[in-house]
Design a protein around this ligand. Structure first.
Ligand code: ZN
Length: 144
């Protein structure tokens, strides 16, 4: 059955949720499903952050040569950017977890419709439905 294959562009693999016919959107089982996905993702990210920090500490002051230092510094700035991205993502994950608690999770922030289980599995931190997201991207392109 196709529904048991992991989702390709998801940040991790998990068993996709199988919706029963007539099942209510974001019922307790679905909330639990996404809470688990978000928590696992968060755990992964946090161990990633730990690794980055440990790596930066270990490397510091190991390069007496100025040229090595320069390349080390650009490597550091790359890692800092990575860390910044991870931090922002962690914040989004926390926000998503909070909306599960307040029962707002899974509904489009802009128009209020259900974002849908499949889209949420591919993007667990999505706050917009696909239509609003598309509009958003068009607007962004026009502004730049
Ligand atoms: Zn929408």
């Amino acid at each position: 059955m196709a529904s048991n294959t992991p989702i390709e562009d998801s940040p991790f693999s998990f068993k996709p949720y199988e919706e029963k016919k007539g099942e209510e959107f974001m019922n307790e089982a679905q909330q639990e499903h996404f809470r688990r996905i978000l928590n696992n993702w968060k755990k992964d990210l946090m161990s990633e952050v730990d690794r980055t920090m440990g790596h930066m500490r270990d490397d510091a002051a190991n390069y007496p040569d100025p040229n090595d230092r320069a390349s080390q510094e650009s490597e550091f700035s790359l890692e800092l950017r990575t860390r910044d991205r991870e931090r922002k993502l962690l914040k989004k994950i926390d926000e998503s977890l909070a909306t599960i608690d307040s029962e707002d999770y899974g509904y489009c922030e802009s128009c209020g419709i259900e974002i849908g289980v499949k889209r949420l599995e591919a993007r667990p931190t999505a706050v917009l439905c696909i239509d609003c997201k598309t509009l958003d991207e068009i607007r962004e392109k026009q502004m730049s």
